[in-house]
Write a protein that binds this ligand. Structure first.
Ligand SMILES: C[S@@+](CC[C@H](N)C(=O)[O-])C[C@H]1O[C@@H](n2cnc3c(N)ncnc32)[C@H](O)[C@@H]1O
Ligand code: SF4
Length: 448
């Protein structure tokens, strides 16, 4: 095991670094650039291509204090209904720019709380997608579900449209922790929704958990894990709580004095890892776990797992199109992000335009560094021979330099660059040292 002193020396307990769900990270996307690229990149989608679509629903009936997602509170469905009208217009407008014979490999509804929609509104939204996009043979339809906002009629509507994967927010089951993060949700309610989803044919179920929450201790997290294991989800995400009140204003409600420090956070991540592995889960990437027969575990073993804005995935598509306010798209040429504020997003669509605001066109250097960071975040290793061929010399030099910066925890033999499994917690930091952009002014989350 790598000692805490070594981890501290490399900045694990003090550094702030990106989560690298994309490279370059989204905070480097350039304002207005998205507008210029959007039509050209849509035109480059190929005949017969399989696509991945994401639709963002930025509304919640309750606003949990810990949450850093782009969402807004609402008491009624009126603003949600108007928003979905705009979303449907955007889907039609984008579809008009695509070849007729594209198919739909993945559809993901996220937020916010997609399950806030009434069955009628959900029907309209899904009809607008499935009328235009034919399901590909490997089609999967997944939805983010808040179990306190998941009416049986709505779940039945989603199942009728083919929902076969779901991701449920849990975070922690301890009442004191739940009160401190403004999110109360019983084990029983969660378990009931899980049972309903399984009855409806959802075959892959993910649970989100957090470590580093206020009042959380090693003991309390261990109790939560015992309950989680009883639910036996196919996949688990165990994220470090990102406390970024300057970015996510609602986090000022969190009592900072009750937050565990970085060394305890590190112990929590390690304890949870060991407990889940002992129960039969395979660790994937930096913060996911899956049962060995789940498709994500198989993708990890076969090195086809990927990382994108939705986290780790077995999604094989080259093009991911995001609909809705703040949604991010990934094209062969680079990234786009829609206008973030709901009003600004709606204005663009209602004026007959497309909604991209920020964007970034990838350079050859971005592609090379991005490929290396992607391999590290997925597998903790980089193989030079698997990188874009003509850049092997640059790749070799970059990896040689970085391995020199982390002598105790990284090995490099000229072909295989590998992070010591005992230093997996340093992965984001090591990825950050491959990153060639200046991050001095950026507000990232803690490295652990
Ligand atoms: C967009 S939320 C949607 C979840 C759904 N609305 C619910 O409440 O169950 C997806 C996940 O992001 C994660 N998340 C939100 N805020 C976070 C933060 N500050 N730090 C780390 N993860 C966070 C949580 O684990 C959450 O379940
Ligand atoms: S955790 Fe879910 S329900 Fe809570 S504010 Fe975030 S998106 Fe909304």
């Amino acid at each position: 095991m790598v000692s805490d002193d070594t981890l501290e020396k490399y900045g694990l307990f003090s550094a702030k670094v990106p989560r690298y769900t994309s490279y370059p990270p989204a905070n480097l996307f350039v304002p207005d650039a998205g507008r210029r690229f959007q039509r050209d990149w849509l035109d480059l989608v190929e005949d017969g291509e399989s696509l991945s679509l994401y639709a963002h629903i930025p509304f919640c009936r309750r606003l949990c204090w810990f949450c850093a997602c782009r969402t807004q509170g609402t008491r009624t469905l009126r603003p949600v209904e108007s928003y979905v009208d705009v979303l449907i217009s955007e889907i039609r407008a984008i579809a008009g720019h695509l070849p007729n014979n594209v198919s739909l490999s993945r559809l993901h509804l996220g937020g916010g709380t997609p399950t806030l929609l009434s069955p009628d509104i959900m029907d309209r939204l899904l009809a607008s997608i499935y009328d235009r996009f034919e399901k590909a043979p490997d089609h999967e339809f997944s939805v983010e579900i808040d179990p306190t906002e998941a009416a049986p009629e709505l779940l039945a509507t989603l199942a009728r449209w083919g929902m076969n994967r779901a991701s449920i927010g849990v975070q922690d089951f301890e009442p004191q922790v739940q009160q401190a993060i403004g999110r109360e949700q019983s084990f029983e309610d969660t378990n009931r929704v899980v049972a309903e989803l399984r009855d409806l044919g959802v075959r892959s179920l993910n649970l989100d958990l957090l470590y580093g929450l206020p009042h959380q201790t090693l003991d309390s997290l261990s109790k939560t894990l015992d309950q989680v294991v009883r639910i036996a989800p196919d996949r688990l995400a165990l994220y470090g709580y990102a406390h970024v009140p300057k970015v996510s204003k609602r986090q000022v409600m969190i009592n900072e004095a009750a937050l565990p420090g970085p060394r305890i956070r590190h112990q929590m991540a390690g304890m949870a890892h060991d407990a889940l592995v002992d129960t039969g889960y395979l660790p994937l990437g930096i913060d996911h776990f899956a049962l060995p027969d789940d498709s994500l575990a198989r993708a990890s073993v076969g090195r086809t797992m990927r990382r994108n804005f939705q986290g780790y995935t077995d999604d094989p598509c080259e093009t991911l199109i995001g609909f809705g306010a703040s949604a991010i798209s990934q094209f062969r040429g680079g990234f786009l992000q829609n206008a973030v504020a709901t009003a600004a997003y709606a204005e663009r669509i209602e004026n007959g335009g497309l909604a991209a605001h920020k964007g970034l066109a990838l350079t050859e250097a971005d592609r090379l560094v991005g490929a290396m960071i992607h391999e590290l975040m997925c597998y903790g290793t980089v193989h030079v021979s698997a990188l874009p061929g003509h850049q092997a010399v640059q790749a070799h030099d970059i990896l040689q330099n970085v391995s020199g910066d982390f002598p105790e925890v990284v090995s490099f033999d000229g072909e295989r660059f590998a992070i010591d499994p005992g230093a997996k917690s340093l992965t984001r930091l090591i990825a950050a040292s491959l990153d060639s952009y200046d991050r001095t002014e950026m507000r990232h989350s803690a490295a652990i």
